[in-house]
Design a protein around this ligand. Sequence first.
Ligand code: AGP
Length: 639
Amino acid sequence: MALRHAWLRQYPYSPPMCGIVGYVGGRPCRDLLVAGLEKLEYRGYDSAGISLLTDGHVETVRAVGNLSNLRAAIGLDADTPVSAEGGVAVATPPATIGLGHTRWATHGRVTEENAHPHGDCTGDVHIVLNGIVENHTELRRELVDSGHQFTSETDAEIVAHMIEKHYDGDLTAAVRAAFAELRGHYAFVAMHASHPDTLVAARQECPLIVGIGDGETFVASAIPAFLAHTRKVLGMKNGEIVTVTPDGARIVEVDSTQVDRDVEEVTWDEEAAEKGGYPTFMLKEIHEQPGAVAETIADRLPEIDRVDLSEIELEPEFVRSLRRIVIVACGTSYHAGLVGRYAIEQWARIPVEIDIASEYRYRDPVVGPDDLVIGITQSGETADTLAAMRLARDRGARVMALTNIMGSQATRDADTVLYTRAGLEIGVAATKTFTAQTAAMYLLGLWLAQTQEAWPREKIAEVVAELKGIPSKIGTTLTAVDERVRAIARSHAKRDFFLYLGRNIGLPVCLEGALKMKEISYIPTDAYAAGEMKHGPIALLDESTPVVCVATDSPILEKVLSNVAEVRARGADVIAIATEGNIEVEQVADQTLYVPATDWVLQPILAILPLQLLAYYVARLNDLNVDQPRNLAKTVTVE
Ligand code: AGP
């Protein structure tokens, strides 16, 4: 389903981290804010908070955990439905202006101090922020040097102090001046104790929508936060600042140029709004991949030839003398590990072993203090992966968790953690967490090469430059291949078997593409190393077999193409994934789907996209529930 509102699609990515909401109007707003946050909880749920302004005084309540903890902290019984009409406010008299936030931690641990809203030194300015301020280190240093005192470890708190620094009676001007000094991708809303009828918000890459009500105005990360109160919306663009009052909103650019924008009427129902206008969470999450990858690599590539993974708590001596890496994982996470193996071996020249966690834990593995064992698990709760990590740890290995969930069991069991920042994934089939994990493995491979001085800086710089371009290439690929993938899905939706073939770095892409197809379409698939075909699987082929070949550019592309020719000679229908500009592939395949050129080791993060879409459209054509496929659970906490 196409999005009806073009402005929702106009940015290269929209990172799915944290939910923000602000209200100014005539009603007590505490419960309105909590109700809005409940609609945004899918964006993050490790802590939450609200700030209410009344009588020139701001009261803030924050709580670690999901929203039920915040409800308890403000005296709303967890079983009491939140009233859309207001309710007993924390503040007396009830506040009619306030901010709310639900957090998915990026900078700073999950603590009450790090939960939003954040204030300045005076307690007058309060802000909620979604996203990442990339130049937070230098800004914090300057602010501390000029006497500002911080109460959290977050990059977000900087924004409150920046507004304080620039404030001289005009909140919009102060936000504009602060905004001009920030780098990164974020959206924030600011409130000031001296302005009881004004909120000021700004957007740079992260979503921000204004809801125009009757004598009240909302500003939020997403429409569901206020859809129960108004359907009139104003979409914000990058580089814009909006001043919100009960009577409406006034948008300016950072240089003060006034922006005229028409109010639009949203026609979605609530369920469609939660899916951002997409028919399913899975498709929404497929399209969130540019943001998930951008968030994951963002501030970890601070220079053109350097990777910063200072969050990894391993002594440099250990990393330098590392003998071997062992990766353990299940399902899609295992496939991301397979891609990571190629990257680490190629760039850092460290031997990598990888095993399915449920196998590893029972095979009495040889592992010890010279080994780094990496458990990849988006949920951080997969029983087999946790058991494999614990086993390795008991035998003296150092253990790293690569996960998407702060505070998950994997983070508690590991010596150190590397986070993906994909935001909450609701669809059972992993999509954006796969590309975020793959991006994190690339970062790790480069970081190991850099730490071990295994590769020249110029080589690292070349890959860093390519990696930075990946989020926008993901966005363009998803748009470019969509129509053709739908057509291919239409011609193959009723097949009873799909074979996936690839070699080297293309093989994990095949394994992942085949897993996507079987788990959501229930069509049997096999994924095989193309060179292994003639040792058995070639017997499966006939004219009715669609064969998906990953034939992106690589040093062994020629070999892949010979295998494609063998398959074609048996009458199979070849669907090839190739690198843009390589017309050689087109000559041996029946249908070719192109992905943009990049460093060959990075190709999997693009090559998987058409295969996710192919599985998706085949399943939808068969009328299946792609978000909740039969027999599967999002998190597998049992053996
Ligand atoms: C993939 O689409 C599945 N949802 C599944 O294979 C998943 O990747 C596996 O269960 C591992 O989960 P984890 O990453 O949370 O450990």
